[in-house]
Design a protein around this ligand. Sequence first.
Ligand code: CS2
Length: 493
Amino acid sequence: MGRLSLENLTAVSRRSREGIDPDELTVGIVHFGAGNFHRAHQAVYTEDAMLATGEAGWAISAVTQRGPAVRDRLHDQDGLYTVVTRDESGATYRVVRSVREVLDGPSETETVLERIADPAVTVVTLTVTEHAYRLLPGTRRLDTADPGVRADASGQVPSTVVGRLVAGLRARRAAGAGPLAVVSCDNLDENGPVLRAAVRDFCALLPDGAELAEWVERNVTFPATMVDRIVPATTEEDLAEVEAELGARDEAAVVAEPFIQWVIEDDFPAARPAWEKAGALLVEDVRPYEMTKLRTLNACHSLLAYLGALADVGTIAETMSIAEFEAAARKLAEEEVAPTLPEIAGFEHDGYVDTVLRRFRNPALAHTTRQVASDGSLKIGPRLLGTVGDALRQSVAPSTAALAIAAWLRCVLVRRTDGGETLEVREPAAERIRESAGFDPQAPGSAGAGSEVVRPALAAAGVDEALLDDRRFLAPVEQHYDELARSGAREAA
Ligand code: CS2
């Protein structure tokens, strides 16, 4: 069976929407991070916007960050790929055509910069995950001591996202290509302002950075966004299922839940796709939506992932069948998060929590606890610590948020499941955290009482000193840490 391609698209075309000729589309968006989330989210919205308006100028040039694997897979099938949406009622398949070019960031940097300098491109979007922003732990500023950032600032071919973006902005300024919107679609608290500050911090490292920063200030906006769709890593079984369905091999297929949401700050200095015609919400202030989603969905996701990983439970859906875990997620959302959230007209948080928990139960998605549990040091801030600070100010005890943080620390420090199996959860700050807590950075260990290890470990993860000095926060984290050691995740929840 051949690969999915423009040539056999007609044969599989009942799987793609009519009204777009992929050969007619021209690039209007550069996107950093060609991963599963982008392909199942913004690329779909963008195709729908083109279908709704007939505008053909919003094809995406997607840039891979860490090597050519995704580029090669998409190249070999003319940028086409399938989005499968699945839940208990069945599956739908759709071949998406809005990604018309895929570039490998590391080896095709020049072309990436040319695209950003192209006047036809007026939007750059990003889904590169929290880690790629290279922020200083505990702050939302660029880590200017990061070796990658330093190398980029010294004039080497850029390897970091911010380095590449700023090089692109420099090229755009030189080309006189006009204003641009740079849209972060990552799960960061205030992702727009954070990216703007990172760009400014990077410019400050450059010999001629002041003029560039000034140009950016006048010509580039950084709209904030809230993005939502659960998109797990694709498995071999998923690819086989798509192949059987399509009659062609698709190495870049993605599986997602049916739910999809995008809220975008309407701050574009030049043209943009009519994403609102595809169901996105363009608003003046994204913050209430972003806080609600990060603190509810993502925080509960993280809680379930850490507890599940410790209890040796493979998927998020399986964690939801453990009554104690589901109850903990509900308690976090309803009792600790809800009082901290701003109001959104016409929005009801209880119903939202029910929907989120129902989505987590989706039995057709194998979203692994290990995947969601990864990179915790970068996730606990936007997902949990904001709630903790606000809850304490309102005299609400953030007990379940503390449980989530304790469970995360056990994943990073102890690295054993409750059943004694080795547990490997990706954590970029692992060495620093382990060493500061007195653990052997290499070997999995089991020692350490909460009162000894929690504070130094959280300090190494960048948690604010003032919060660490607050016993109303630290004491429950220490207690949960010990309880998890004594009784395991199911009992502790
Ligand atoms: C998840 C998110 O992996 C994770 O950390 O919590 O990717 C989550 O699935 C999305 O934000 C849902 O919109």
